[in-house]
Design a protein around this ligand. Structure first.
Ligand SMILES: *Cc1c(COP(=O)(O)O)cnc(C)c1O
Length: 369
């Protein structure tokens, strides 16, 4: 059996006809940037996110970058980010000239540890940027309490967790201004790059719209030094086809996760995903940990099973962040995760037989067969 880490086969098959129809309509509309499809998708995605406003942008990094900029966070300001995130969360902070302040995650949930946030707050702190990593919503209750207490902004990085929730309230609806990504591999993926900002604040929403479009509301009148960061009509039109499927695709991911967790319970030294009280996960990634990660990954590769490592190098150890002056050992939890984590195949359409096959191979690896 050959099982890739990620496959679009099943999802693409299910929506092929609708996608072709949407694409034909887009093509025939002869309006390719900021038109009807973007407006329609923004309204639908705002509703999905239980927020008042959604602003489509070019990618997830820009969604975070624009959010930080319109909140007027810049040089001299500090933003709290988890020490184990994908680099984009940290890059967005750097892009506005602010300083990322790294806070360790919980070693069981892999999301930022609310108990460690207060110690990282200084007079320069302007915002907390929680990342709902691997599909699990952060503990937003405690995080919002801290933000309220210290009058900080909250910007959720919702790139991996569209549809997850904490105490029944969905990701992307908690912070002042939140970013998500429609990179093809995300739970809601476009046919290329895309992203969006969600917010309940009409004034912030308007500022995002101006900033994404060259800083102008009226063509050729530029109020601020803006960006060209618009969600394309083509992507909005096809995302509109996919959005109604998102919940059922997320449920499929949750089913796959429960098959894995059942079969891998107690196998070798494997550590399974854990949910925080009140949090749900939409399993963007199904991640296990083991001290024999590299050997297990090569073994699975020989067996035709694709896996990935999310992520091999934590931000503080990246060459790009040498300037922060960190060394190995500064964020031991992030480092431990990086050294032991392995992401197993996860996508709608992955069958129970395939999951059983993968789990049997993992059992055999630990049994030394
Ligand atoms: C994918 C991702 C981003 C960035 O999204 P892009 O659309 O690739 O720019 C940001 N944060 C996290 C956690 C991500 O996984």
């Amino acid at each position: 059996m050959n099982i890739p880490y990620l496959s679009f086969d099943a999802t693409n098959d299910r929506i092929r006809e609708d996608m072709i129809q949407a694409f034909t309509q887009f093509f025939d509309s002869k309006w390719y940037v900021l038109g009807k499809s973007v407006k329609e998708f923004e309204a639908a995605y705002a509703e999905y996110s239980q927020t008042e406003h959604c602003i489509g942008v070019a990618n997830g990094l820009d969604a975070l970058h624009i959010s930080l900029r319109i909140l007027e966070i810049g040089p001299g300001d500090e933003v709290i980010v988890p020490s184990n995130t994908y680099i984009a969360s940290v890059l967005a902070v750097s892009m506005v000239g602010a300083t990322p302040v790294l806070v360790e995650p919980r070693l069981d949930t892999y999301n930022i540890d609310p108990a460690l946030i207060e110690a990282a707050i200084t007079p320069q702190t302007k915002a907390i940027l929680p990342v709902h990593l691997y599909g699990q919503c952060c503990e937003m209750g405690p995080i919002m309490e801290i933000a309220d207490k210290y009058k900080l902004y909250v910007i959720e990085d919702n790139a991996q967790s569209q549809g997850a929730s904490y105490n029944h309230r969905v990701t992307g609806s908690w912070g002042h201004c939140n970013g998500t990504s429609f990179y093809p591999g995300k739970n809601l993926g476009a046919l290329g790059d895309g992203g969006a900002i969600t917010t309940n604040d009409a004034d912030l929403a308007q500022k995002c719209r101006v900033l994404r479009n060259y800083g102008s509301q009226k063509k050729y009148y530029n109020e601020v030094k803006g960006l060209n960061s618009r969600l394309d009509e083509a992507h909005a039109a096809t995302l509109m086809v996919k959005l109604p499927h998102l919940d059922s695709w997320n449920e499929e991911r949750q089913q796959i996760a429960s098959w894995y967790s059942e079969a891998l319970h107690g196998v070798g030294d494997v550590i399974l995903p854990v949910l925080a009280d009140g949090a749900t996960s939409v399993y963007h990634i199904y991640l296990i940990r083991t001290q024999q990660r590299d050997q297990l990954q090569s073994y699975l590769k020989e067996q035709g099973i694709g896996t990935l490592i999310h992520y091999p190098i934590p931000p503080h150890m990246q060459k790009a962040y040498q300037e922060l002056g960190f060394k190995k050992g500064d964020f031991p939890i992030a480092e431990e995760i990086a050294d032991t984590c392995l992401s197993l195949p996860m996508y709608p359409g992955l069958s129970e037989d395939q999951v059983r096959y993968i789990c049997t191979r993992i059992q055999q690896f630990f049994a030394g067969v």
